[in-house]
Design a binder for this molecule. Structure first.
Ligand code: ZN
Length: 444
């Protein structure tokens, strides 16, 4: 595992929040030592659900007790899967007392424990049980608050322990979800290249290489990820972990999240379920990634140097029109938040015109950068399929009409500038949606 620690080491050193990330085989046994090293001798509380308690929590409790730690447990039902809500985070915070929280689980358990620890101003230990998403190391918890999913700034775990034997025993579909979440960094990088080229949000020299420099390598062995091969799982875990750290260093989720995640967040906020179970974050991102890549493929065929700028600016939707569209697509807190986010990025006609002139000048260069950075949709589809991630909206219970409505709505829910904003500001939104998302896989 020298390789893993060589890659993680410098990033952990740079992190304000994370003091140690231990990745390796049979390292659950190190839990008492890691706890003492970073959290002292006080009492602890293991937060798990029934599944993750059986997978690792019980072993952790036994080892801690054997080492003389006063440890309590807070075990959530496994079915239905715990929901990532602020309410659940608060209930864990209430149960904590003066104990050090130890989350044993993956996405939701880590996020709600992160929120609980943060709200009690307390450091926590994260024990990862699956390579299923990039949120372990991130300085934020994506949780629903009264139905609106947002990333709440929270301190990352003070220490992370990832036992590859535990991770290899997680349900195989979970590493497919992690692979899908990591694949999203490809179009998210494309979104950032666009924002950088237009002078909206410059590429960051620390966060960008952390996620993007090794991304193609991490995505290169989907079959081995599906088969649960230790080296592939370690690579996947490292890629996801570095994505989380990149978000910490950048202070936002920009390095790891773009239109792909906005689309996924819509379904997560709708509480999308399939066969009675909440569809996972990574499965939603997998489909969001392919939708975003389809739009990129479509856009790369266009000559944006020939845009009729005056006509496009004259025909652009006003902020009032956008508010009305938001009201037709969503309601309640979600609509209120979307209006705030949309107002923050709405370009007045002067800004819009200047931006399109910048685009016209930079398009040949930007197009080249995008083409060399992105993967084509067909290739990404193959990779995701081999990793065991879903590749058609239908597989997660989304019909073509629903997908198109989602993409319409997704561009309003974050102020972050993505390909969705670019195609809209080019006056190409409707054409892009109807043409790019009309491929066979998207037809009922
Ligand atoms: Zn994600």
């Amino acid at each position: 595992m020298a390789n893993v620690n060589d890659i993680l080491g410098p990033a952990v050193e740079r992190s304000d929040a994370i003091a140690e990330i231990a990745v390796g085989n049979a390292i659950l046994a190190d839990a008492p030592a890691v706890l003492r090293r970073h959290f002292g001798d006080g009492p602890a509380m293991v937060v798990a659900d029934e599944n993750t308690f059986a997978a690792a929590g019980k072993a952790v409790v036994e080892r801690l007790e054997a080492a003389g730690v006063d440890v309590a447990t807070h075990i959530l039902p496994a079915r239905p899967r715990p929901k990532p809500t602020v309410e659940l985070g608060r209930s864990i915070a209430d149960a904590l007392g003066d104990r050090t929280p130890i989350s044993v689980g993956s996405g939701v358990l880590n996020d709600v424990t992160k929120y609980a620890a943060h709200s009690r101003d307390r450091a926590y230990l994260c024990i990862a049980t699956a390579a299923s998403m990039d949120g372990y190391s991130s300085a934020g918890a994506p949780l629903s608050d009264q139905g609106f999913k947002k990333t709440i700034p929270c301190r990352a775990p003070h220490a992370i322990l990832a036992d590859l034997d535990v991770i290899a025993r997680a349900p195989a579909e979970m590493s497919g979800w992690g692979y899908g979440d990591l694949a999203g960094k490809v179009p998210a990088g494309g979104d950032w290249l666009i924002a950088d080229a237009l002078g909206i949000e410059p590429i960051d020299d620390v966060a960008w290489p952390l996620v993007q420099d090794n991304l193609a390598g991490w995505l290169s062995a989907p079959g081995a990820v599906k088969a649960g091969e230790p080296k592939a799982l370690a690579d996947l875990f490292v890629g996801l972990t570095l994505s989380g750290l990149a978000m910490e260093f950048h202070g936002t989720s920009r390095p790891a999240s773009g239109a792909d995640h906005q689309i996924a967040h819509m379904w997560e906020m709708e509480g999308l379920t399939l066969d009675g179970e909440r569809v996972s974050h990574g499965a939603c991102v997998s489909i969001g990634t392919l939708a975003a890549l389809r739009l990129f493929d479509w856009l790369l065929d266009k000559d944006l140097t020939a845009l009729p700028i005056d006509d496009v600016v004259a025909a652009a939707a006003s902020i009032d029109t956008k508010r009305a569209e938001i009201a037709s697509l969503m309601d309640g807190t979600l609509a209120e938040r979307a209006i705030v986010e949309t107002e923050a990025k709405h370009a007045d006609p002067e800004t819009h015109r200047a931006r399109l002139h910048t685009l016209k000048e930079t398009w040949p260069t930007l197009k080249e950068r995008l083409a060399s950075h992105l993967k084509r949709t067909a290739e990404m589809e193959r990779l995701l399929r081999e990793a065991g991630a879903p590749t058609t909206p239908r597989e997660i219970g989304i019909n073509p009409e629903h997908l198109r409505t989602t993409v319409h709505a997704a561009r309003f829910i974050r102020s972050r500038y993505t390909i969705l904003d670019l195609i809209e500001e080019c006056g190409l939104f409707e054409a892009a949606i109807s043409e790019a998302l009309a491929a066979p896989a998207y037809v009922a």
